[in-house]
Design a protein around this ligand. Sequence first.
Ligand code: NAP
Ligand code: 8YV
Length: 317
Amino acid sequence: MSEKPEVLLTRAVYAGTIETLEREFTLHKLWAAPDPEKMIAELAPRLRAIAGGAGCNAELLSKFPKLGLVANFGVGYDTIDVEYCAKHGIRATNSPDVLNDEVADTAIGLLLCTARKLLVGDRFVRDGKWLKGPMPLTTTITGKTMGIVGLGRIGEAIAERAIAHKMKVVYHNRSKKDVAYTYYPKLVDMARDVDVLMVIIPGGAETSKLISREVMEALGPDGILINVARGTVVDEEAMVELLKSGKLGAAGLDVFEKEPQVPQGLIELTDTVVLQPHVGSATHYTRTAMGQLMVDNIKAFFAGKPLLTEVPETKGK
Ligand code: NAP
Ligand code: 8YV
């Protein structure tokens, strides 16, 4: 029997996926290694594939001269230096589409919790406040306008759900799409016109703090910001300040700049802010599908077959 190919896993992904990786490959668990540098030095001359995706910067990637593949667990690959990969003949894959519905459900859940204050209501009942009188009224989403920042695979799944909630959908991307929703070439103009700003763009340098103070001020005191993209895409400090002063209405957040650290200012805003620990895709079903796609990409790479979901930056490089 021939030896199984070696794979270096940089982080703890879904447990079922780790089991599959262990079945298919000789797996090296970097995050669990007592001496990660020793593991890297030992694998450096021969390693051809990295899985997981966390911490795949040029410094790490450059240690492996025979590296040919970085397979990400997740659709967003802002933790992989894909420019370095493209320059050095390393291909990168991600796990798109299989999580669209899950993340879209999370986004709508956050919106409902934020507008209708479902978590505030839960605490209201538990704290016995209902016994003393009714909870203050909340905000309708029916008939309101949702501005989607990033009408891509997940953005479209969110749009379908927003339409089912009888909302109007508009969007901002770098380029206009062939869809029925109104396109805004300027983000701040869209923020001014909408009730809900739904953020689902990739992270990374290009989108850093795209949701700026100016954008959030345009969204305004009745506006709701939902971020299921990456924490880096929002000016977090400005967001806290605007929420505290009432210049931004409310926020539903799944992602943060320095996860798992969440600013104390957000923790304290229990009435207007709903927080989730980056769980957009976090179900057994969807994590299994994401893991299988990552494994299938690695298998295809070692078999010399076409990759299933290579990222555009490394395709044909
Ligand atoms: P996608 O299909 O590539 O869609 C991304 C959209 O963003 C595209 O429509 C793109 O349109 C737009 N966009 C990209 N850069 C932009 C910019 N600088 N300004 C304005 N619009 C821009 O990606 P997806 O599969 O929907 O995933 C989107 C992101 O969601 C991921 O990258 C990840 O960071 C995040 N995510 C989060 C979770 C979670 O658990 N919270 C789960 C999955 C994904 P143009 O190219 O025309 O600009
Ligand atoms: C996961 C994600 O949280 O796919 C993405 O981009 O953000 C999520 O699905 C993550 O990649 C797995 O831990």
